[in-house]
Design a protein. Sequence first.
Length: 240
Amino acid sequence: MTRTAVVLFSGGQDSTTCLAVALKKYDAVYTMGVAYGQRHAVELECRKRILEKIESVLGTHSLRSDLVLDLKAFGSLSDCSLTRPGEMIAMNPKTHLPNTFVPGRNLIFLTYAAAYAWKVGAEAVWTGVGEADYSGYPDCRENTMKALELAIDLGMETDLRIERPLMHRSKAETWLLAEETGGDALVDFIRRETHTCYEGDHEHFHEWGYGCGKCPACVLRAKGWEEYRAGRDAGRVARK
């Protein structure tokens, strides 16, 4: 029996790490991306390069076809900084959430991914959401994923799983998972090829990767990298 999964793949650090783990675990992996009018649309270009190169880094042969959905109409529904270029990233005083929160994004995207999984006969959909570093987004929480998984299974009469391997991992632990999955080669690949920056800055390279270095996504990624490196250095000292 061929084990098959769909990975909701944006081209960022988290989804690339999930993709790498899935490629090691499954016989066939399909990927799905979404163009929803995001201000950091450069991630869509990054994901193309990642898909072309990642299996050479991992030594796998599991990758199948990729699907990119055009959901720009969905982006037009969102009054948030990620779909309105030039708007300052800040906390929303009305919702008490970051104005980078795109209402319904994960719910809609995962529902589409579930429909794709039905089409290709996949047993699971993988997503990089996590609540340890979830930036205040309610659609990244464990309870949200459990409820959505139940709704999908009831609505489609299936036993599809929503796999969320990063749910309880910090960004430092996500870097560590990449190392455990593909060694230093995968860690370096993620640093150089993925995109996380909300501002869409893929010109300025830092030790942890490309980005403006100031937006919440960059700050979180940089902090995770520093903690990961500190942990590795401490481990090396302990082994001597």
